[in-house]
Design a protein around this ligand. Structure first.
Ligand code: AMP
Length: 282
Protein backbone atom coordinates (compact mmCIF):
# COMPACT_ATOMS: atom_id res chain seq x y z
CA UNK A 1 0.00 0.00 0.00
CA UNK A 2 1.18 3.52 -0.83
CA UNK A 3 0.70 6.47 1.52
CA UNK A 4 0.14 9.55 -0.64
CA UNK A 5 -0.20 13.13 0.55
CA UNK A 6 -0.52 15.04 -2.74
CA UNK A 7 -3.24 15.23 -5.35
CA UNK A 8 -0.64 14.70 -8.08
CA UNK A 9 0.51 11.37 -6.61
CA UNK A 10 -3.05 10.08 -6.53
CA UNK A 11 -3.83 11.33 -10.05
CA UNK A 12 -0.74 9.70 -11.57
CA UNK A 13 -1.40 6.34 -9.93
CA UNK A 14 -5.07 6.36 -10.92
CA UNK A 15 -4.17 7.28 -14.51
CA UNK A 16 -1.83 4.26 -14.70
CA UNK A 17 -4.49 1.95 -13.26
CA UNK A 18 -7.10 3.17 -15.72
CA UNK A 19 -4.73 2.52 -18.65
CA UNK A 20 -4.33 -1.02 -17.31
CA UNK A 21 -8.11 -1.43 -17.23
CA UNK A 22 -8.45 -1.64 -13.44
CA UNK A 23 -11.63 -0.59 -11.66
CA UNK A 24 -11.24 1.77 -8.72
CA UNK A 25 -13.20 2.03 -5.47
CA UNK A 26 -13.05 5.05 -3.14
CA UNK A 27 -13.74 5.09 0.61
CA UNK A 28 -13.75 8.67 1.96
CA UNK A 29 -13.17 8.91 5.72
CA UNK A 30 -11.98 11.26 8.45
CA UNK A 31 -9.77 8.53 9.92
CA UNK A 32 -9.50 7.01 13.40
CA UNK A 33 -10.76 3.98 11.57
CA UNK A 34 -12.91 1.31 13.20
CA UNK A 35 -14.91 -1.75 12.12
CA UNK A 36 -17.55 0.49 10.50
CA UNK A 37 -14.96 2.00 8.15
CA UNK A 38 -13.41 -1.44 7.67
CA UNK A 39 -16.73 -2.83 6.44
CA UNK A 40 -16.73 -0.16 3.70
CA UNK A 41 -13.11 -0.91 2.75
CA UNK A 42 -13.77 -4.69 2.72
CA UNK A 43 -16.73 -4.18 0.40
CA UNK A 44 -14.71 -1.87 -1.85
CA UNK A 45 -11.86 -4.40 -2.01
CA UNK A 46 -14.32 -7.16 -2.91
CA UNK A 47 -15.92 -5.12 -5.70
CA UNK A 48 -12.97 -3.25 -7.29
CA UNK A 49 -9.45 -4.02 -8.56
CA UNK A 50 -7.92 -1.11 -6.64
CA UNK A 51 -9.14 0.75 -3.56
CA UNK A 52 -8.28 4.26 -2.41
CA UNK A 53 -9.06 5.17 1.21
CA UNK A 54 -8.89 8.87 2.04
CA UNK A 55 -8.20 9.98 5.60
CA UNK A 56 -8.83 13.70 5.88
CA UNK A 57 -10.35 15.60 8.78
CA UNK A 58 -12.07 18.13 6.57
CA UNK A 59 -11.95 21.53 8.28
CA UNK A 60 -14.73 23.09 6.19
CA UNK A 61 -17.40 20.61 7.32
CA UNK A 62 -16.98 21.59 11.00
CA UNK A 63 -18.81 24.56 12.52
CA UNK A 64 -16.86 27.13 14.58
CA UNK A 65 -17.99 25.57 17.87
CA UNK A 66 -17.55 21.96 16.75
CA UNK A 67 -14.78 19.46 17.42
CA UNK A 68 -12.36 19.93 14.48
CA UNK A 69 -9.32 20.47 16.73
CA UNK A 70 -10.16 17.60 19.12
CA UNK A 71 -11.24 15.13 16.43
CA UNK A 72 -9.25 11.93 17.13
CA UNK A 73 -6.37 11.13 14.78
CA UNK A 74 -4.11 8.05 14.52
CA UNK A 75 -2.58 7.75 11.08
CA UNK A 76 -0.30 4.82 11.94
CA UNK A 77 -3.17 2.67 13.14
CA UNK A 78 -5.32 3.77 10.17
CA UNK A 79 -2.53 2.82 7.74
CA UNK A 80 -2.24 -0.65 9.29
CA UNK A 81 -6.00 -1.21 9.04
CA UNK A 82 -6.10 -0.07 5.40
CA UNK A 83 -3.10 -2.18 4.43
CA UNK A 84 -4.48 -5.30 6.15
CA UNK A 85 -7.84 -4.78 4.45
CA UNK A 86 -6.17 -4.67 1.05
CA UNK A 87 -6.35 -0.98 0.12
CA UNK A 88 -3.87 0.13 -2.55
CA UNK A 89 -3.62 3.80 -1.57
CA UNK A 90 -4.12 5.67 1.66
CA UNK A 91 -4.54 9.33 0.71
CA UNK A 92 -3.81 11.67 3.60
CA UNK A 93 -3.51 15.26 2.41
CA UNK A 94 -2.79 18.30 4.59
CA UNK A 95 -5.58 20.91 4.64
CA UNK A 96 -3.35 23.22 2.50
CA UNK A 97 -3.20 20.55 -0.20
CA UNK A 98 -7.00 20.40 -0.38
CA UNK A 99 -7.64 24.11 0.20
CA UNK A 100 -4.69 26.15 -1.08
CA UNK A 101 -4.68 29.93 -0.70
CA UNK A 102 -7.44 31.51 -2.73
CA UNK A 103 -9.75 28.49 -2.61
CA UNK A 104 -13.30 29.80 -3.07
CA UNK A 105 -15.46 27.21 -4.85
CA UNK A 106 -18.08 25.19 -2.96
CA UNK A 107 -20.71 22.60 -3.81
CA UNK A 108 -24.13 23.27 -2.32
CA UNK A 109 -26.89 20.66 -2.44
CA UNK A 110 -30.23 22.20 -1.47
CA UNK A 111 -33.48 20.62 -0.26
CA UNK A 112 -32.19 17.28 0.97
CA UNK A 113 -29.85 19.22 3.29
CA UNK A 114 -32.63 21.36 4.84
CA UNK A 115 -33.66 18.98 7.64
CA UNK A 116 -31.90 16.87 10.33
CA UNK A 117 -28.12 17.46 10.57
CA UNK A 118 -28.31 19.99 7.73
CA UNK A 119 -30.59 22.17 9.85
CA UNK A 120 -28.55 21.67 13.02
CA UNK A 121 -25.09 22.07 11.47
CA UNK A 122 -25.15 25.04 9.04
CA UNK A 123 -22.52 24.67 6.34
CA UNK A 124 -21.78 21.05 7.22
CA UNK A 125 -23.06 19.45 4.04
CA UNK A 126 -21.56 22.18 1.87
CA UNK A 127 -18.21 21.18 3.37
CA UNK A 128 -18.92 17.47 2.87
CA UNK A 129 -20.11 17.91 -0.74
CA UNK A 130 -17.15 20.12 -1.61
CA UNK A 131 -14.55 17.69 -0.28
CA UNK A 132 -16.31 14.62 -1.70
CA UNK A 133 -16.57 16.31 -5.14
CA UNK A 134 -12.86 17.06 -5.03
CA UNK A 135 -12.07 13.45 -4.10
CA UNK A 136 -14.35 12.19 -6.90
CA UNK A 137 -12.44 14.38 -9.39
CA UNK A 138 -9.03 13.26 -8.10
CA UNK A 139 -9.74 9.54 -7.92
CA UNK A 140 -12.39 9.19 -10.65
CA UNK A 141 -13.67 6.05 -8.90
CA UNK A 142 -16.02 3.52 -10.46
CA UNK A 143 -17.68 3.11 -7.06
CA UNK A 144 -17.67 5.14 -3.85
CA UNK A 145 -18.64 3.71 -0.45
CA UNK A 146 -20.58 5.48 2.29
CA UNK A 147 -22.14 4.22 5.53
CA UNK A 148 -25.84 4.29 6.36
CA UNK A 149 -24.70 5.50 9.79
CA UNK A 150 -24.66 8.95 8.17
CA UNK A 151 -27.94 8.41 6.35
CA UNK A 152 -28.53 12.03 5.39
CA UNK A 153 -24.97 12.30 4.07
CA UNK A 154 -25.61 9.25 1.90
CA UNK A 155 -28.84 10.77 0.55
CA UNK A 156 -27.10 14.10 -0.12
CA UNK A 157 -24.20 12.43 -1.95
CA UNK A 158 -26.61 10.35 -4.06
CA UNK A 159 -28.45 13.56 -5.01
CA UNK A 160 -25.18 15.36 -5.81
CA UNK A 161 -23.90 12.49 -7.97
CA UNK A 162 -27.16 12.47 -9.92
CA UNK A 163 -27.37 16.24 -10.29
CA UNK A 164 -23.72 16.80 -11.26
CA UNK A 165 -23.47 13.67 -13.47
CA UNK A 166 -20.58 12.09 -11.62
CA UNK A 167 -19.89 8.86 -13.52
CA UNK A 168 -19.79 6.50 -10.56
CA UNK A 169 -21.94 4.26 -8.42
CA UNK A 170 -22.67 5.27 -4.82
CA UNK A 171 -22.73 2.18 -2.60
CA UNK A 172 -24.47 2.44 0.79
CA UNK A 173 -23.25 0.07 3.54
CA UNK A 174 -25.12 -1.02 6.71
CA UNK A 175 -24.41 0.39 10.17
CA UNK A 176 -21.83 -1.59 12.14
CA UNK A 177 -22.48 -1.67 15.90
CA UNK A 178 -20.64 -2.60 19.07
CA UNK A 179 -21.83 -5.87 20.61
CA UNK A 180 -24.07 -3.90 23.00
CA UNK A 181 -25.74 -2.04 20.13
CA UNK A 182 -23.96 1.33 20.13
CA UNK A 183 -23.26 2.38 16.54
CA UNK A 184 -19.50 2.51 16.00
CA UNK A 185 -18.18 6.04 15.65
CA UNK A 186 -14.82 7.76 15.94
CA UNK A 187 -16.57 10.16 18.33
CA UNK A 188 -17.36 7.34 20.80
CA UNK A 189 -13.81 7.86 22.01
CA UNK A 190 -14.97 11.13 23.64
CA UNK A 191 -17.28 9.22 26.02
CA UNK A 192 -16.20 8.53 29.60
CA UNK A 193 -17.36 5.19 31.07
CA UNK A 194 -20.58 6.64 32.49
CA UNK A 195 -21.40 8.35 29.17
CA UNK A 196 -20.53 5.20 27.24
CA UNK A 197 -23.20 3.35 29.23
CA UNK A 198 -25.66 6.23 28.79
CA UNK A 199 -25.07 6.21 25.01
CA UNK A 200 -26.83 2.85 24.76
CA UNK A 201 -30.08 4.77 25.06
CA UNK A 202 -29.87 5.74 21.37
CA UNK A 203 -30.12 2.18 20.08
CA UNK A 204 -32.61 1.28 22.82
CA UNK A 205 -34.90 4.15 21.75
CA UNK A 206 -34.65 3.28 18.05
CA UNK A 207 -35.27 -0.41 18.75
CA UNK A 208 -38.44 0.50 20.68
CA UNK A 209 -39.64 2.66 17.76
CA UNK A 210 -38.88 -0.08 15.26
CA UNK A 211 -40.89 -2.58 17.24
CA UNK A 212 -44.00 -0.35 17.32
CA UNK A 213 -43.62 0.08 13.56
CA UNK A 214 -43.32 -3.68 13.13
CA UNK A 215 -46.60 -4.00 15.02
CA UNK A 216 -48.21 -1.74 12.38
CA UNK A 217 -47.89 1.81 13.69
CA UNK A 218 -47.23 4.31 10.87
CA UNK A 219 -47.90 7.72 12.43
CA UNK A 220 -44.94 9.88 13.37
CA UNK A 221 -46.91 11.47 16.24
CA UNK A 222 -47.21 8.00 17.82
CA UNK A 223 -43.75 6.66 16.90
CA UNK A 224 -41.53 9.62 17.79
CA UNK A 225 -42.89 9.95 21.37
CA UNK A 226 -41.76 6.36 21.99
CA UNK A 227 -38.22 7.51 21.19
CA UNK A 228 -38.54 10.74 23.19
CA UNK A 229 -39.77 8.77 26.21
CA UNK A 230 -36.82 6.32 26.11
CA UNK A 231 -34.34 9.18 25.70
CA UNK A 232 -36.06 11.04 28.55
CA UNK A 233 -35.23 8.14 30.88
CA UNK A 234 -31.50 8.82 30.50
CA UNK A 235 -30.38 11.87 32.52
CA UNK A 236 -27.15 12.31 30.52
CA UNK A 237 -29.01 12.43 27.19
CA UNK A 238 -30.14 15.71 25.62
CA UNK A 239 -32.15 15.47 22.40
CA UNK A 240 -30.93 17.44 19.37
CA UNK A 241 -33.55 15.99 17.01
CA UNK A 242 -35.89 13.00 16.71
CA UNK A 243 -37.43 12.72 13.24
CA UNK A 244 -39.20 10.50 10.76
CA UNK A 245 -38.40 11.57 7.19
CA UNK A 246 -38.80 10.38 3.62
CA UNK A 247 -35.80 8.14 2.95
CA UNK A 248 -34.91 9.94 -0.30
CA UNK A 249 -35.86 13.60 0.23
CA UNK A 250 -35.23 13.79 4.01
CA UNK A 251 -38.51 15.73 4.37
CA UNK A 252 -40.61 15.23 7.50
CA UNK A 253 -43.29 12.57 7.09
CA UNK A 254 -46.48 12.44 9.16
CA UNK A 255 -47.43 8.91 8.16
CA UNK A 256 -45.05 6.30 6.78
CA UNK A 257 -46.52 5.38 3.40
CA UNK A 258 -43.20 4.98 1.57
CA UNK A 259 -39.79 3.99 2.97
CA UNK A 260 -38.87 6.26 5.86
CA UNK A 261 -35.75 7.05 7.81
CA UNK A 262 -36.13 7.37 11.55
CA UNK A 263 -33.15 9.45 12.64
CA UNK A 264 -31.96 10.88 15.94
CA UNK A 265 -29.17 13.12 17.17
CA UNK A 266 -28.53 13.15 20.90
CA UNK A 267 -25.96 14.83 23.10
CA UNK A 268 -24.46 12.52 25.69
CA UNK A 269 -22.68 15.05 27.87
CA UNK A 270 -20.83 17.20 25.33
CA UNK A 271 -20.66 14.48 22.68
CA UNK A 272 -23.19 14.59 19.86
CA UNK A 273 -24.12 11.12 18.60
CA UNK A 274 -26.37 10.17 15.68
CA UNK A 275 -28.16 6.93 14.86
CA UNK A 276 -31.01 5.80 12.63
CA UNK A 277 -32.90 3.00 10.97
CA UNK A 278 -34.72 2.78 7.66
CA UNK A 279 -38.18 1.23 7.71
CA UNK A 280 -39.27 -0.30 4.45
CA UNK A 281 -42.93 -0.17 3.52
CA UNK A 282 -43.93 -3.20 1.43
P1 AMP B 1 -16.25 9.32 9.01
O1 AMP B 1 -14.82 8.94 9.17
O2 AMP B 1 -17.01 9.43 10.29
O3 AMP B 1 -16.43 10.52 8.11
O4 AMP B 1 -16.94 8.12 8.25
C1 AMP B 1 -16.47 7.71 6.99
C2 AMP B 1 -17.47 6.77 6.38
O5 AMP B 1 -17.64 5.63 7.21
C3 AMP B 1 -18.86 7.42 6.22
O6 AMP B 1 -19.42 7.01 4.98
C4 AMP B 1 -19.62 6.84 7.38
O7 AMP B 1 -21.01 6.76 7.15
C5 AMP B 1 -19.01 5.45 7.49
N1 AMP B 1 -19.22 4.92 8.83
C6 AMP B 1 -18.86 5.50 10.01
N2 AMP B 1 -19.27 4.74 11.05
C7 AMP B 1 -19.91 3.68 10.52
C8 AMP B 1 -20.57 2.55 11.09
N3 AMP B 1 -20.67 2.36 12.40
N4 AMP B 1 -21.11 1.63 10.24
C9 AMP B 1 -21.05 1.83 8.89
N5 AMP B 1 -20.44 2.87 8.30
C10 AMP B 1 -19.88 3.78 9.10
Amino acid sequence: MELFTTVQQVREQVRTWKKQGFTVGLVPTMGFLHEGHKSLIDRAVAENDKVVVSVFVNPIQFGPNEDFAQYPRDLEKDAALCENAGAAILFHPEPEEMYPNGFCTHVDVTGVTDNLCGAKRPGHFQGVCTVVSKLFHMVAPDRAYFGEKDAQQLAVIRRMVQDLNFDLEVVGCPIIRESDGLAKSSRNTYLNPEERRAALVLNRALTAAKSVMERGERRADRILPVIQAELGEEPLAKVDYVKMVDSLTMEDVETAERDVLVAIAVYIGKTRLIDNFTFQIQ
